[in-house]
Write a protein that binds this ligand. Structure first.
Ligand code: GLV
Length: 320
């Protein structure tokens, strides 16, 4: 008898074929709309495995409907969409997809940093809107990246990969992390600092920490007030780590210079969100890991994790 698996979004054919070799697959076939909660509540009732994305909230009431569930394979490195304690209590294994997206997400983080510092989207619009009349000394001037100080909040895999890129731009790199990493400090020439020192001294602050109850609103008014007027904050981790109201006020009052966001507290962000009205904000729709090759690797790794658990083995990326 094949194990039953529910997949919460349309996946590439090759991944579906791989899962179908040993499992009976049901799948939410739409690409542009997440599975409605009531559909998921029905579908989860009789499955052994759930293959899901960060758009699905996997909470205790949902898990209470899933008598046979053995594994939740999240196709993401972050797993703040899953109630990990509730899964553990019910003996359900949770897996994620670290490693394969590190370099791609670091590429995007650095791209967003550069686009924000040099006002690239704004300059492109300026040209397309016919505003480019002449070359002018202070026209569309931004902030230098080379030689600046970068502060990394959260020195995990992606934080280290961003630090490596910064070295190529002759940046001084500070970091703040729950624990000091002396090995990485030596290898990458990093300087460990308290959060307040990092905020005070950095020209660029990159938020790369997981979203947990401890990191919720970690960057709030008090922290933003400590940053330089010329500083830029980049968040490619999760919305909610930087308080959006406080960020709006800081950008509006120009107490910091600009921000680049790939993530929001609520996604997709509403077009009426006050932040979107600000010229000194560069935004993206949560595309940190979105290269073709990396998304294929993430989809395949989530499948490996799911299949390994269902086969009674140890998955490569067990969270609990
Ligand atoms: C994307 O945000 C991920 O957590 O993989």
């Amino acid at each position: 008898m094949k194990r039953k698996v529910y997949v919460t979004r349309k996946l590439p054919d090759v991944i579906v074929e791989r899962l179908s070799e040993t499992c009976e697959i049901r799948m939410w076939e739409e690409e542009e709309r997440p599975v409605p909660r009531e559909v998921l509540e029905e579908e989860i009732k009789d499955v052994d495995g759930l293959y899901c994305l960060l758009t699905e909230q996997i909470d205790a009431p949902l898990l209470d409907r899933a008598d046979k569930l053995k594994v939740i394979a999240n196709m993401a490195v972050g797993y703040n969409n899953i109630d990990i304690d509730a899964a553990k209590e019910r003996g359900v294994t949770v897996t994620n997809t670290p490693g394969v997206l590190t370099e791609t997400t670091a590429d995007l983080t650095f791209s967003l940093l550069m686009a924000t510092a040099r006002r690239i989207p704004e300059a492109s619009e300026y040209l397309r809107n016919g505003e480019w009349k002449t070359w002018s000394p202070m026209q569309l001037t931004g902030q230098d990246i080379h030689g600046a100080t970068l502060g990394i909040i959260g020195l995990g895999r992606i934080g280290e990969a961003v630090a490596k890129r910064a070295k190529g731009f002759d940046m001084k790199v500070l970091y703040h992390n729950r624990s000091q990493n002396r090995e990485a400090e030596g290898r990458l020439e990093l300087h460990y600092t308290e959060l307040h020192t990092l905020l005070r001294e950095s020209d660029f602050v990159c938020v790369l920490t997981p979203f947990t109850p401890e990191t919720k609103n970690m960057i709030d008014k008090e922290e933003l007030d400590r940053m330089k007027e010329s500083a830029i904050i980049i968040n490619t981790a999760r919305g909610g780590i930087v308080n959006e109201k406080a960020l709006y006020d800081a950008l509006k009052e120009k107490s910091i210079w600009a921000a680049g966001l790939d993530v929001f507290e609520e996604e997709p962000v509403s077009l009426n969100h006050p932040l979107l009205s600000l010229p000194n904000l560069v935004t993206l729709p949560h595309i940190g890991s979105a290269s073709i090759a990396t998304r294929m690797k993430m989809a395949d790794l989530a499948a490996t994790n799911l299949l390994d658990v269902l086969a009674g083995g140890d998955p490569p990326n067990k969270v609990v």
